[in-house]
Design a protein around this ligand. Structure first.
Ligand code: GTP
Length: 332
């Protein structure tokens, strides 16, 4: 069986749990460690040998293309499938697949998972097991909010989507590989959930669904707390990303202690910035300011003696001198 060279990135959700951050910016375009989250996934795909990727967009679809263009800047071909009405995760896959040029299996990414999982290993695993669908699985302490699976050897035997008493702690970690025949069974133009419809239906019709269990770093970035954690984990090295390494190598950002500061930002020598914080491009941080575990958007200005903890400051916002924010969103 041929190895996957194509991918679809699901980036069309509303990101309601991240409001107000997602009112003007779709979740996958929110900054994580200095670059849009999607960039971490695109570079990961390229590094695993993927040559073309279709972004399945819907909510705020127009925000993606001006940044990613045709993908040449990232060494991969990028195209955009737009759903006028969001088609759900399964409908999005059926729609986006029409824009792929290469044949062979397709890697599908949820657009909100930061992981160190071995994607190349999963691509090989899919081919070697002659799977119809293979899913990257991970283990969590509490599987209630996720889709838990049961397995026999490498074969998945049941799906249990978001339930009170999941039978296992092994969950769908949001990266799957589909053979083309499976994608062609997804009805066009209908709202379909891959988790609730496509997977269970494929299993019921006797298809081979295999689980690739990888317990390395995994994080669903879908809440504000998780988004802050993603940035601080990348800065501290708990999580890894080739795109982040490339950003540091470009010189656009520098690590300073436990913070990441844009080279074009101006931070007072008497300010304390740390604990997984990031100061965006051309931002300013005044004298005596304290910034912990917070994201300062590009062009934002933080006044003297301001005190920020676990907070988000919007691009170009002016946060007044002497003000305090704990767990807040400012300027969105
Ligand atoms: P919440 O509203 O906070 O749950 O976030 P979300 O809208 O992103 O939903 P969820 O986390 O369940 O979505 C998982 C992934 O699928 C995300 O990357 C979404 O962008 C994507 N997604 C969800 N629904 C659709 C859809 O209808 N179309 C497309 N193209 N992508 C979708």
């Amino acid at each position: 069986m041929s190895r996957a060279q194509s991918a679809i990135l699901l980036v069309g959700g509303f990101g309601t749990r991240l409001q107000p951050l997602t009112l003007k910016t779709p979740k996958p375009m929110l900054s994580v460690a200095g670059i849009p989250f999607t960039q971490h996934q695109i570079v990961k795909a390229r590094d695993a040998g993927i040559q073309e990727i279709v972004l399945a967009t819907s909510y705020l679809a127009e925000i993606f293309e001006p940044y990613f263009g045709d993908g040449s800047r990232f060494g991969i071909k990028i195209r955009y499938a737009v759903e006028e009405v969001a088609l759900g995760t399964g409908g999005a896959i059926g729609n986006a697949a029409n824009m792929l040029h290469e044949d062979g299996p397709v890697v599908i990414f949820n657009g909100d998972v930061l992981s160190s999982h071995d994607l190349k290993g999963q691509i090989n695993f899919h081919a070697e097991n002659k799977a119809d669908i293979s899913l990257y699985l991970t283990e969590v302490e509490d599987a209630r909010a996720y889709g838990a699976v049961e397995m026999s050897g490498v074969n998945i035997t049941s799906f249990n989507e978001k339930m009170e008493n999941p039978p296992t702690n092994i969950i769908n970690a949001g990266c799957y590989i589909f053979n083309r025949e499976i994608i062609s069974t997804i009805p066009q133009g209908e709202v379909i959930s891959v988790e609730r419809q496509t997977f269970p239906q494929a299993l019921a019709s006797g298809k081979k669904l295999c689980g690739f269990v990888d317990r390395s770093y995994w994080l669903d970035i879908g809440t504000p707390v998780a988004l802050l954690k993603a940035t601080s984990d990348l800065i501290s090295g708990v999580a890894t990303s080739v795109a982040y390494d490339e950003l540091l190598a470009s010189g656009a950002y520098k690590k300073k202690g436990t913070a990441l500061i844009a080279t074009s930002a101006k931070v007072s020598d008497s300010a304390l910035v740390g604990n997984g914080s990031i100061v965006g491009e051309a931002a300013r941080v005044g004298d005596g300011a304290k910034i912990s575990h917070s994201i300062i958007g590009d062009g934002a200005q933080i006044g003297d003696r301001a005190d920020l903890e676990s907070s988000f400051i919007a691009q170009n916002a002016l946060f007044p001198a002497g003000s305090i924010a704990k767990g807040q969103f400012f300027g969105f």
